[in-house]
Design a protein around this ligand. Structure first.
Ligand SMILES: [Zn+2]
Length: 299
């Protein structure tokens, strides 16, 4: 009997031990991938379907993402979700993505570049991002829509896409811990998210369409190491949370682009080419912003 109890105890202890080993605490990582800030990309032809150079852009994009996925897994990620966040949002070939990652592909999506994120994620990485519209020495600078948007401000602060999207992550309590792209977007990431965000610069722009490139193997090594480092300190990273009420201002390039949105109740005309509205809920505000951009005619 004693022998039997001892045997049962041993089995139980082994079982518990194995259970503990298997129960790695979940570390879910969300990766939003834009294209303008990908290694090698300096021109719109490389990010636009139907051009001779687009296939190159897509191949470089998936290689950058795979490096970040590799780094995330090396940091102990238990699940990695990758959201294709550029244009058609069908740039990443699922067959070429690291099979350990889950891909979100296609558009439109309610949260656009951040579709798929929720409070279950531990951290967010923004890969291949670009500086806000009107930034000098930045590859393909724009904010959401190059032909429509001159600036987006929330509570008086002009934000690039990285800030608008970090606020979505922050809404769910998820910190953005890494941003990659050119040196300009890395600088803006530090200004908005604080000095603790890890940045990986894969190129330094001389203008909107020319840059000095970090050699690709080195860029990918940096992305892998950056992702690992960033996730290593994710537990202490602070989510980027904006305080309600959220006062949005959307400045278009020309006044005609504001005419349609100005007719919507709750939207006011701040000046000829600027519309303003206030949202208590950031996600609601973000959706209104996107709709106002979508209904504006191209310049
Ligand atoms: Zn893009």
């Amino acid at each position: 009997m004693i022998k039997r109890i001892a045997a049962i105890t041993l089995v139980l202890a082994l079982g518990l031990g194995l259970g503990a080993a298997q129960q790695k605490p979940p570390l879910k990582v969300f990766i939003s991938v834009d294209m303008e800030g990908i290694s090698g990309i300096v021109h719109g032809d490389q990010t636009t379907p139907g051009t001779a150079e687009y296939a190159n852009g897509c191949a470089w994009m998936v290689a950058d993402v795979n490096a970040a996925v590799e780094g995330a897994l090396a940091a102990g990620a238990t699940e990695v979700v990758v959201n294709d966040s550029h244009g058609s949002m069908r740039n990443i070939n699922p067959a070429q993505l690291d099979p350990r990652a889950i891909l979100i592909s296609g558009t439109p999506k309610p949260l656009s570049m951040m579709q798929g994120i929720d409070a279950s994620f531990a951290a967010c990485l923004l890969i291949g991002y670009h500086a806000k519209a009107g930034t000098a020495d930045a590859i393909l600078d724009h904010t959401i829509s190059g032909s429509v948007v001159r600036a987006v401000r929330v509570n008086g602060v002009e934000l690039p896409e990285l800030g608008l999207n970090a606020a979505i992550a922050g809404y769910y309590g998820v910190p953005v811990v890494l941003v990659s792209g050119d040196t300009a977007v890395c600088r803006q990431a530090g200004e908005i998210l604080g000095k603790d965000v890890v940045t990986v610069a894969v190129k330094e722009a001389f203008g909107r369409m020319a840059a000095k490139l970090v050699p690709m193997p080195e860029a990918r090594q940096k992305l892998k190491a950056g992702a690992k480092e960033a996730l290593g300190k994710a537990a202490s990273a602070r989510p980027y949370k904006l305080t309600a009420p959220h006062k949005f201002e959307l400045e278009y390039h020309v006044s005609a682009q504001a005419d349609m949105g100005a007719m919507i109740p709750g939207v006011k005309r701040v000046d000829a080419r600027t519309l303003g509205f206030t949202a208590d809920d950031y996600i609601q505000g973000f959706r209104t912003l996107r709709a106002l951009i979508a209904i504006a005619p191209a310049r």
